[in-house]
Design a protein around this ligand. Sequence first.
Ligand SMILES: C[S@@+](CC[C@H](N)C(=O)[O-])C[C@H]1O[C@@H](n2cnc3c(N)ncnc32)[C@H](O)[C@@H]1O
Length: 441
Amino acid sequence: MAYKKKLPLDPVNTTIESLAHDGRGVSHVNDKVVFIDEALPGENVDFVYTDMRRDYAEGKVVQLHSRSPQRVDPKCAHFGSCGGCSFQHVADEEQIKIKQELLKEQFKRIGKVEIPEIWEALTGPHWGYRRKARMGVKYVAKKGRVLVGFRERRNPFLAEIDSCKVMYPLIGENLLAFGEMIAQLTIKDKIPQIEVAIGDNEVVLAFRVLEPPTEQDKQILRDFGRQHQISICLQPKGPDTIAPLDGEPEVIPSYTLAEQGVKFNFKPAMFTQVNYEINQKMVTRALDALELTAEDRVLDLFCGLGNFTLPLATKAGYVVGVEGDLPLVNHARENARLNNLDNVEFHAADLTKDVRDQAWSKHKFTKVLLDPSRAGASEVLHNFKHWQPERIVYVSCNPSTLARDAGILVNELGYKLVKAGVMDMFPQTGHVESIALFVKK
Ligand SMILES: C[S@@+](CC[C@H](N)C(=O)[O-])C[C@H]1O[C@@H](n2cnc3c(N)ncnc32)[C@H](O)[C@@H]1O
């Protein structure tokens, strides 16, 4: 709960002790932990308080008295105000070390499991990597301008940014142009968001429209799309209403995992991995770690549109993919057909619920891959007693739930953690993507 009393105004001097998982520096002042934006361990700083709670406080640096060797100058002028990135002030190779340390610490503290071997980090492009995003749009009447981009740090308002260096450049370098184009539309205040979907050869933007655009609006959008070689779609209601502008062909974005020779079609609002280079490396690493043979019957949980399932099917005897979102399941089936893979089946199921009565769940599986959302997979793990996989690869976008679930696998279900490590899926941001390999004891 926030204190009602005013925050102290005078700067306070302190030395940063460690780094929190979101990239903020941690220090103790008057026995209270303070999380300080953009401050690095070892640095002596003057900071001012930005928030004061009962158990902790927050602050931002006003003067840096010493500079950590890990520190670099942020590349983006909006770093600090835009909430998209929180690690631009840390050298690229240090970011990954910090994330590896965080993973180790969370396994130990939350899962009560030591990582016996740190899996060498998978690395790729540090900038311009992001091919999938939902960008906010806001017409600000007072400024007579339309903002396009991401939210401010710890604030619900859209940041005033004109470019984004982690986004794929055709989008990231054109945010100002998007805003100027939208400002010409009669429905400029009726567009809350844009889905960005960038395939290997296609760029599709789906504009959520709360009111139908006029013919003139459509022409402006069409001309803009042609000028920038972007396929523009409208989304009048839910994600399944996304459709091209009248008279324009439907462009289906796709990506290919060249190492496995598998191609995926997807729709703009569907979940896909945002960083294609790391995705390719991650899929290859997962497949190698599972040591697949034609005898294997593999279960891919939280399978999405089949990003791991189809590559698994190129190596294993049979693969079952399970996913909670029915449109994704249908799309996964279509992608299997597209790739002529017939040793794979997909099922829709809520994996937080009891799935024991579902036909697919009654079989045994030699290997399991799982890639849940941030909440992790604790509920489904207890089925492993029945499925009896000998090898498990767990991919995660949240180290704390991965650590918790590693604790269940190791301390309750008889698995040994072989190795775990991070993958640089989201450079410059506080997001941590990781992977762990478990084998039956
Ligand atoms: C991180 S994504 C991974 C998708 C896929 N493995 C990939 O690489 O593209 C997590 C997936 O879990 C699905 N999911 C989330 N909660 C679920 C639940 N309770 N039951 C089943 N699937 C769920 C989401 O729809 C999403 O597709």
